[in-house]
Design a protein around this ligand. Structure first.
Ligand code: ADP
Ligand code: ZN
Length: 295
């Protein structure tokens, strides 16, 4: 089976050829410019590969209900040239193969639950902490869409009293998770790129505090069996033990389960598939589209 996977991001489009078993044969990246500039390159790449189906994990917000006239569109994104763009339809028409479509983080959650750090679990949440923050949710082994799809990056948090920029940097909300904790927010708050801040910099205690709040809210709301934290910022692996301690402090013994109270280091974890989770998830969406199934 030769499948295509597209991880459509705000800065780059990662195109994969491979299988739903996680095998990656080819990978190519294209910068996310305007649709007029970027789409022909994607079509050309996938056409040359002779794929049987394509899966897309996209930045959003996107329309995922197949009964919606805007199904497969990127909708209210702040990236203006992509607003109301028919991403799925454009590729389906050009390639003439079945095309699966979901959010980038739902694709990553699917890959992590099938092949990665949450393998074999029925309930899990995947967060990416990078240029933005997003969350994908698996409940009863299925991706959660609900009304639209979860927008876990924009949940509202309590600002830390020592935060010099407590409103954060989301154009839509004051004090949301993404505005407070995305990579560019760390850079704006401290005047230096996140990757250049040493492990003992106060930036990390603040970052761990906000990510722990998001995990606590997630635990209380969805009762997942594991939470996977991926994305560029989580390359700072020292954050994990800080987040673990902060979650235990914030929960204050309220959720009585050994997975949290005794083994939190295996409960809040990095992705098993590393930075490939979203792309491999897109290949799984392609397989589901080929079979006519909803993952
Ligand atoms: P994207 O979110 O654009 O798909 P990433 O998940 O790689 O891509 O996130 C990129 C952002 O993550 C960068 O803008 C930067 O803020 C942050 N970042 C990337 N690498 C690191 C690192 N090693 N340490 C801390 N922050 C990082
Ligand atoms: Zn927001």
């Amino acid at each position: 089976m030769r499948l295509g996977g597209l991880e459509a991001g705000g800065t780059k489009m990662v195109c994969l050829i491979g299988g739903e078993d996680g095998r990656i044969e080819r990978r190519e990246s294209f910068p996310t410019l305007t649709p007029a500039e970027t789409m022909p390159a994607l079509v050309d790449f996938f056409k040359r590969q002779g794929i049987q189906a394509l899966g897309i994990g996209s930045f959003g917000p996107v329309a995922l209900d197949s009964a919606d006239p805007l199904y497969g569109y990127i909708t209210s994104t702040p990236k203006l040239s992509w607003r109301n763009f028919n991403l799925r339809g454009t590729l389906a028409d050009a390639l003439g193969v079945p095309v699966g479509f979901d959010t980038d983080v739902n694709a990553a959650a699917l890959a992590e639950v099938r092949l990665g750090a949450a393998r074999g679990l029925a309930h899990c949440v995947y967060y990416t902490v990078g240029t933005g923050i997003g969350g994908g949710v698996i409940v009863n082994g299925r991706l959660l869409h609900g009304l639209l799809h979860p927008e876990a990056g924009h949940v509202l948090l309590r600002a830390h009293p020592d935060d010099p920029t407590p409103d954060g940097f989301c154009p839509s909300h004051k004090g949301c998770l993404e505005g407070l904790a995305k990579g560019p927010a760390i850079e704006k708050r401290w005047g230096k790129p996140a990757r250049e801040l040493p492990a003992n910099h106060p930036a990390w205690a603040l970052e761990a505090h906000y990510l722990a709040q998001a995990c606590v809210d997630t635990i209380l709301l969805l009762s997942p069996q594991r939470i996977v934290l991926g994305g560029g910022v989580m390359h700072q692996l020292h954050l994990f033990s800080m987040i673990h301690k902060e979650i235990l402090r914030l929960l204050n013994g309220y959720v009585q389960h050994a997975a949290i109270l005794e083994h939190i280091e295996t409960y809040i974890v990095p992705p098993g598939l590393g930075d490939n989770a979203g792309g491999i998830g897109a290949l799984m969406l392609a397989q589901a589209a080929l079979e006519g199934l909803a993952p």
